[in-house]
Design a binder for this molecule. Structure first.
Ligand code: PGA
Length: 220
């Protein structure tokens, strides 16, 4: 059986109180999800809150950041370094298409971010929007997220996602886990994870509700 990875990407959403409510509601359910790796990626401002809740309640989820600085540490106003993130998180999303588009992140910056993350002991969740993207070496988790599927309600087909996942794994031997992302819901999650080469999902909009996200975890 596959050990599925289910990632929640909250993007620029939630205040401290909203995050606390989310965790309270999510942890109320006694569902045993120890066979799945659940990674919650809140914005930087909520990493401390998430870390506190998880350690106090012994909740079996891990924390990821949504980005990391390409710089190490020092005089880089506004940046958050990989070492700083590592105090709260084990994972980091790198190369999301929203950052490539809105923040103009290019391959150089993205590969620098991967280097920083790995050096600090963070596991990158590397996002690509097609099967031809270059995957940096030492990246073990890749999320295939076609731009047309992100936040649109028009997910890719499981068959298409499977063939991209297969291609990426076969051309990049370092890649151990392929995730699919783009309009994943509790209704369609199973169709994706039952595909041979898909090892989990990256969930944006549908992860904002603790109830819907729990359904995704259960149905996966
Ligand atoms: P979505 O976003 O689930 O809202 O489509 C996925 C993502 O961008 O990671």
């Amino acid at each position: 059986m596959k050990n599925l990875i289910i990632v929640a990407n909250w993007k620029a959403n939630k205040t401290k109180d909203e995050a606390w409510d989310w965790f309270e509601n999510f942890s109320k359910d006694s569902h045993d999800f120890s066979d799945k790796e659940i990674i919650i990626c809140p914005p930087y401002t909520l990493l401390g809150k998430a870390d506190y809740f998880i350690s106090e309640s012994n909740l079996k989820v891990k924390i990821g950041a949504q980005d990391v600085s390409a710089f190490e540490e020092g005089a880089y106003t506004g940046e958050i370094s990989a070492t700083q993130i590592k105090e709260f998180a084990d994972f980091v999303i790198i190369g999301h298409s929203e950052r490539r588009e809105y923040l103009k992140e290019d391959e150089d910056i993205i590969s620098k971010k991967v280097e920083m993350a790995l050096k600090a002991g963070l596991t990158p969740i590397f996002c690509v929007s097609d099967g031809n993207s270059k995957i940096p070496k030492n990246v073990k988790i890749v999320a295939y997220e076609p731009v047309s599927a992100i936040g649109t309600g028009n997910s890719d087909t499981p068959q298409d996602a499977q063939s991209v996942a297969r291609k990426i794994k076969s051309e990049n031997i370092q890649v151990e886990k392929m995730l699919y992302g783009g309009s994943v819901t509790s209704q369609n999650v199973h169709e994706f994870v039952e595909m041979e080469d898909i090892d989990g999902v990256l969930v944006g909009g549908a992860s904002l509700s603790p109830h819907e996200f729990l359904e995704i975890v259960k149905n996966a």
